[in-house]
Write a protein that binds this ligand. Structure first.
Ligand code: G16
Length: 539
């Protein structure tokens, strides 16, 4: 039976860079989740005849939220729901299901790389028929709707058993419970040369994949261990847990420490990698060697011809403005399109749909291609393994040869966390106001060439987005400042540093960027305004 429930609005349901992301307890407030979902349904109009994909990364509250979501979609008249078995679907697998089944979009319940648990974070990523997260024009409408919502609809019924694969009906809606891994594996087999990868492992190649107790463990076990023949146990932290076993499932040098320590030990595997909570991010390591995400994007792009799905050519490549310019040099050499967009994967969607780009990436450990409309952690790993299989070279050799050919962008990101929203907004406003006066000024040996906000005009829908402030120096170095759009409380200021060297000086990025980081602190008056003399997280 369809029930209409009266509700009162919340005023904080604005989606950020990666959907709606909040403390779990905020989402658990009475009607909070329901209000948000109904606001989406109200915004997109009748659900009649529409099909959605539904899943999540298995974090705490996933099981309860998914039942509510299914029953609300039924009450609102959806024709069909494609649901991952036990409520699990990784973000890239979800995007694939949306595209493959020609759906109207879907929901992945995840706060991505944020920690999970009752005292941690929960989130909702909402995608439309593109298979990618909706543009700001729609998220703005959903937010407006959420501020005046008065009722929501839910179908009254016992919880659905999500453990059994097959089709059932609830109200007038068909509910298809699927194996969320099968279609994803098929897609990967159509992109990469699996025979060559099997050969690689046959020859004794070793890898460690850290799934961080999050959604991709079972995907990785199926692909790398069962299909490609990597030794059993190559995938660690493989069982998805509601609190990720206490891990912070963000694959970077700070949070994937166990993997990093292993890869820098004398027992290291030939290849190390990790994914985040919902499987869209990746980290790549060689023996005692780390590849920055910006370099990874450049290296994958340079090697596209080695992959069967791309060997006939790629349209172009996109990167977020904060990502290093390394891939720009590759795009130039290959004479392909090159686009710089604001932070957030949704900005790549129009570029992919209009055949402007094939590959894209962000410094925040996201890499992907137009096979779907989200970034894809396992795709990036299979790409790296393919390069290794085809060239016979190690991760370090591949990267060093790349620097030899194209020069090296020394790159680091500094995050200043837990700052009050007011302090962070003031800092950014003050910096923006003084940008025009910076030209010609010198900071620790670096002279400012130009400084301006980053403004993006989408070539497809002509919308403009302002995101971050960039200071350019005369030697080609850059500092990018922006506020995070994914935090669940307070504000995070991100500062991105880049320094180009035509030759690899084989130096530690920290040493190469020491003066530039001092300049970054001074220019934005970070110590004076935040009381912080160093970043909380450096990646
Ligand atoms: C962060 C990253 C972005 C990324 C976003 C969403 O956003 O900096 O590059 O697009 O997370 O990523 P995910 O889908 O993995 O959560 P922000 O705004 O916090 O910098």
């Amino acid at each position: 039976m369809i029930k209409t429930i009266a509700t009162t609005p919340y005023t904080d349901q604005k989606m950020g860079t990666g959907g709606l992301r909040k403390k779990t307890k905020v989402i658990m407030q009475p009607n909070y989740f329901e209000n948000f979902i109904q606001s989406i349904f109200n915004t997109i109009g009748s659900l009649e005849g529409k099909t959605f994909v539904i899943g999540g990364d298995g974090r705490f509250y996933n099981d309860i939220a998914i039942q509510k979501l299914i029953k609300m979609a039924v009450a609102n008249g959806a024709a069909k729901l494609i649901v991952g078995q036990n409520g699990f679907v990784s973000t890239p697998a979800g995007s694939n299901l949306m595209l493959k089944n020609h759906t109207n979009g879907g929901f992945v319940l995840s706060a991505s790389h944020n920690p999970g648990g009752e005292n941690a974070d929960f989130g909702i990523k909402y995608a439309n028929e593109t298979g990618g997260q909706v543009p700001t024009s729609i998220t703005d409408k959903i937010f407006q709707n959420s501020k005046s919502i008065k009722e929501y609809k839910i179908f009254e019924a016992p919880d659905i058993d999500l453990s059994v694969i097959g089709t059932q009906k609830l109200g007038n809606t068909i509910i298809e419970i699927i194996d969320p891994i099968k279609d994803y594996v098929e897609m990967m087999e159509n992109i990469f040369d699996f025979a060559a990868l099997k050969q690689l492992f046959k020859k004794g190649f070793t890898m460690r994949f850290d799934a961080m107790n999050a959604v991709t463990g079972p995907y990785a076990q199926r692909i790398f261990e069962e299909i490609l023949g990597a030794p059993k146990g190559s995938v660690v932290h493989a069982k998805p847990l509601p609190d990720f076993g206490g891990l912070h499932p963000d694959p970077n040098l700070v949070y994937a420490k166990e993997l990093v320590d292993f890869m820098y030990s004398d027992n290291a595997a030939d290849f190390g990698c990790a994914n985040d909570g919902d499987g869209d991010r990746n980290m790549i390591l060689g023996k005692k060697f780390f590849v920055t995400p910006s370099d990874s994007l450049a290296i994958l792009t340079d090697n596209y011809q080695l992959i069967p799905a791309y060997k006939n050519g790629i349209y172009g490549v996109g990167k977020s403005a904060a990502t290093s310019t390394a891939v720009g040099r590759v795009a130039k050499a290959h004479n392909i399109g090159y686009y710089e967009v604001p932070t957030g994967w949704k900005y790549f969607v129009n570029l992919m749909d209009s055949n402007r780009i094939t590959f894209c990436g962000e410094e925040s450990f996201g890499t992907g291609s137009s096979h779907i409309r989200e970034k894809d952690g396992i795709w990036a790993i299979l790409f790296w393994l393919s390069i290794i299989a085809k060239t016979g070279k190690s991760v370090e050799e591949i990267t060093r040869e790349h620097w030899e050919k194209y020069g090296r962008s020394y790159y680091m990101r500094f995050d200043f966390e837990g700052i009050s929203t007011e302090t962070a907004d003031d800092l950014m406003q003050n910096l923006e106001n003084k940008l025009p006066s910076l030209s010609g000024k010198e900071f620790y040996g670096y002279t400012v060439k130009d400084a301006a906000p980053f403004v993006y005009k989408d070539p497809v829908d002509n919308s403009t987005t302002k995101n971050g402030l960039i200071v350019y120096f005369t030697d080609g170095s850059r500092i990018v400042y922006r506020l995070s759009g994914t935090g669940s409380s307070g504000a995070t200021i991100r500062v991105y540093l880049e320094r180009f060297s035509a030759k690899d000086l084989a130096k530690d990025p920290r040493a190469m960027l020491e003066e530039l980081s001092k300049a970054a602190m001074d220019i934005a008056e970070i110590p004076e305004r935040t009381g912080k003399h160093q970043a909380d997280v450096v990646t």
